[in-house]
Design a protein around this ligand. Structure first.
Ligand code: C5P
Length: 228
């Protein structure tokens, strides 16, 4: 059954600019932007802060009812609130990046996040980015993009972003983290990262942000024209 609201699903590998494109597209269309990676990151942050062993599935499951997430979306940025506190900056730190793919592979975590994501998608026109949006969260999404880019280019971009925020990391650490998450995300048992057969591939290795946005707008306009 088709969704009533327009759902745009953007999936792809780590650090290939999904959220930058998703935000710009949501702003252009005046849709709600939902960053599902931020949700998995916030769960991970909670577990780390509370010294819960992320390899102990039972302990993680027991913690889930104590984790309350919400978004405040004023300016198309991700403002994620974990149990009443904004954690948008903390969730981007390497400590969280290093553990998030272990946490996101746990079935009960995914089940809970997907439930919340589907609820958010029922309420409005949305652009949602993640790893399993077009395959598992919204398999009937109206438009699906699958983003990819050369791993070295991705590491370079993320390294520059983290360094500009003052985080002390090396390019090698960032590259290794991206390679590790790609491996974990594509090989996990629960809804692994895979391109939906009807997703349009966007390789942005050689594209700037404006070119990517133009590509996405073109796809959305073609969809709307074909369906009006
Ligand atoms: O998108 P971002 O890099 O912030 O996502 C962090 C991690 O969260 C990913 O590496 C992946 O393990 C997990 N994730 C996921 N499913 C999603 C979004 C993110 O498993 N829909």
């Amino acid at each position: 059954m088709k969704q009533k609201n327009i759902i745009i699903a953007i999936d792809g590998y780590s650090s290939c600019g999904k959220s930058t494109l998703a935000k710009a597209l949501a702003k252009y269309l005046n849709y709600i932007y939902i960053d599902t990676g931020a949700m998995y990151r916030a769960v991970t942050l909670y577990l780390l802060r509370n010294n819960i062993d992320i390899y102990n599935t039972r302990a993680v499951e027991d913690a889930l009812p104590h984790i309350h997430l919400s978004f405040q979306s004023a300016d198309y940025q991700t403002h994620i609130i974990l149990n009443g506190q904004e954690v948008s900056d903390e969730i981007r730190k390497m400590e969280v990046s290093d553990s998030v793919s272990t946490v996101s592979a746990i079935a009960s975590v995914r089940k809970e996040m997907v439930k919340q994501q589907q609820r958010l998608g029922k309420a409005a026109n949305i652009v949602m980015d993640g790893r399993d949006i077009g395959t598992s969260v919204f398999p009937d999404a109206h438009i699906k993009l699958f983003m990819t880019a050369d791993p070295k280019t991705r590491a370079d971009r993320r390294y520059r972003e983290l360094s500009s925020k003052g985080e002390k990391v090396t390019l090698e650490e960032v590259f290794n983290n991206i390679a590790h998450r790609d491996y974990m995300d594509t090989t996990r048992k629960e809804s692994p990262l895979v391109r939906a057969s009807d997703a349009i591939i966007l390789d942005n290795t050689e594209l700037n942000e404006e070119q990517q946005l133009a590509f996405a707008i073109n796809e959305v306009e073609a969809y709307i024209k074909a369906n009006s």
